[in-house]
Design a protein. Structure first.
Length: 498
């Protein structure tokens, strides 16, 4: 069935109510196509703001990100902001996909902002590609603008496909009057196609993306191509909703992208003016969110994998992993609400990054070199090259930051895979959107009843005159839309021989 599109991304001025505890800075203007096509300066500035708008959407407290963080049992919090409490309840309950839900605006806002950003770069590409509008003096910036816009088009389409069960695939030539919903698999393919267009332009041209586009860091054409390849690898790896889908991943394709991926981390400088990471603010804020006991148990198998129901603090953990001391801080005081479950409690805060929450200044990483390396290691292992996987792990953060002993050449495939995911759990905290959730999802490790992806927001469904639906809840555990798996304590997972 075809629908006439009247969805959020074409209503840039749509008002969404907000809660004083879920503050966000206003986004840059996201104009309609008529304005985008009016003159080259407007088009250039829209392209310039596109990464900002994309980043502010994925780092916002008005998004599923914090809820996914606690649903993956990497973080924990008993407070209700951003839907955290509801998404981490034990046992898991169905996601409240109604317009009357107190935090409905959180999930509506993210949907709106992502499609609005997609519409924004499509306006730019329509002008530059179809109308051949030159950018910069004598058109010197045209190819840079085109490549960067394809990157944002791919990044936005990719995240929509990782988060929702169905997506609209929209590019600069899409006829909105005949647009239909597509599967998340199709959405991921479209995202990678856009990233490939970015890569192709980068490989044939020389340019530099200015440092105020990705705030604080310039990107040459080669570096932008590397970033696009790492994002393609990221999407291929994180798309699967369960272990069966994960087994069908084209790991050769993943490896081809990751081997030519980033050589510098994707970081963004927060300036306490325009650029602020609200996800970072709420996940390191004292007395707010903590690191889940599951993570500390990985580092010290003697430490409880779940906070005791007695409410009595366990003794501080001890570990051979040096990161327990450098990245985490023990705090004996829990000010969360016991009536909401002691399973929300934790004594450990995350203190790795020198980012002052009071001033919102500093570099915030979205993609570390370690993430790309661990993707490479996993791809090699799944393709049967265990020695190379071991080499990558031993040369990486396991030894350089964790000071753990290298994996032995005699390590089993399971020990190597455990070491890879141990590094992902410990090293990638607070970096890319949803990494812990996507990793737990593709291994069937999300707690039973956890939704595997989000439904289209109820407000959008009502506008489209489509049935309202939802996922989640133990009774709905089917392994397709709602987890029928779970995680259990199984040692420290670092791959060390015992």
């Amino acid at each position: 069935m075809k629908y006439k599109i009247i969805i959020f991304f074409v209503v840039a001025s749509l008002g969404i109510a907000s809660c004083s505890k879920d503050l966000n800075v206003p986004y840059l203007n996201k104009p309609d196509r008529e304005k985008a096509l009016s003159n080259p300066d407007d088009v250039y500035n829209i392209a310039k703001s596109s990464f900002y708008n994309w980043y502010m959407a994925i780092s916002s407290s008005l998004s599923p990100r914090i809820g996914m963080w606690v649903a993956a049992d990497q973080g924990t919090c008993s407070w209700a902001n951003s839907g955290m409490y509801d998404l981490s309840k034990e046992p898991r309950i169905p996601f409240n996909n109604t317009t009357s839900y107190t935090y409905a605006y959180v999930f509506e806002r993210f949907y709106q902002d992502m499609y609005s950003t997609l519409s924004q770069v499509n306006d730019v590409l329509y002008a530059v590609v179809n109308d051949s509008m030159p950018m910069g003096t004598d058109g010197k910036d045209t190819r840079m603008v085109k490549a960067f816009s394809y990157f944002i088009q791919g990044a936005t389409q990719g995240y929509l496909s990782m988060v929702y069960d169905k997506v609209y695939i929209i590019n600069e030539n899409t006829d909105l009057e005949t647009l239909q919903l597509s599967t998340y698999q199709e959405g991921t393919k479209a995202a990678i196609a856009s990233l490939n267009k970015c890569i192709a332009i980068c490989e044939k041209n020389n340019f530099t993306v200015p440092s105020d586009w990705i705030n604080g860091f310039s990107y040459t054409n080669d570096e932008l191509a590397e970033l696009a390849r790492s994002f393609a690898a990221r999407f291929l790896v994180y798309m699967p909703r369960n272990k069966n889908e994960n087994s069908q991943t084209d790991w050769k394709e993943v490896l081809d992208y990751a081997n030519k991926g980033i050589k510098k981390p994707l970081e963004i400088y927060m300036d306490n003016a325009t650029w602020k990471s609200w996800f970072r603010y709420y996940t390191v804020r004292p007395g707010w969110a903590r690191i889940d006991c599951r993570i500390i148990h990985l580092m010290d198998e003697r430490y409880p994998w779940r906070f005791p129901d007695s409410g009595i603090n366990p003794d501080p953990a001890q570990s051979d992993d040096a990161r327990l001391e450098t990245d985490f801080k023990f705090n004996s005081v829990n000010n969360m609400k016991p009536e909401r479950g002691y399973y929300n409690f934790s004594n450990y805060e995350y203190t790795r990054y020198p980012y002052a929450i009071s001033t919102f200044t500093g570099n915030v990483p979205d993609m570390l070199l370690a993430e790309n390396d661990l993707i490479r290691a996993e791809a090699y292992l799944r393709l049967g090259n265990k020695p190379e996987a071991i080499n990558i792990v031993n040369a990486g953060t396991r030894t350089t930051r964790g000071h753990l002993p290298p994996l032995r050449s005699t390590s089993t495939e399971k020990q190597v895979m455990d070491a890879i995911f141990y590094e992902r759990d410990i090293e990638l905290i607070q970096t890319g959107f949803g990494i812990a959730f996507f990793d737990m999802r593709r291994r069937d490790m999300l707690q039973k009843g956890t939704l595997l992806h989000f439904p289209i927001p109820a407000k959008e469904l009502m506008v489209m005159q489509m049935p309202i639906y939802t996922f989640g809840g133990v009774a709905n555990a089917d392994g397709i839309n709602t987890s029928n798996g779970g995680w259990f304590p199984s040692g420290n997972g670092s791959g060390q021989d015992k």
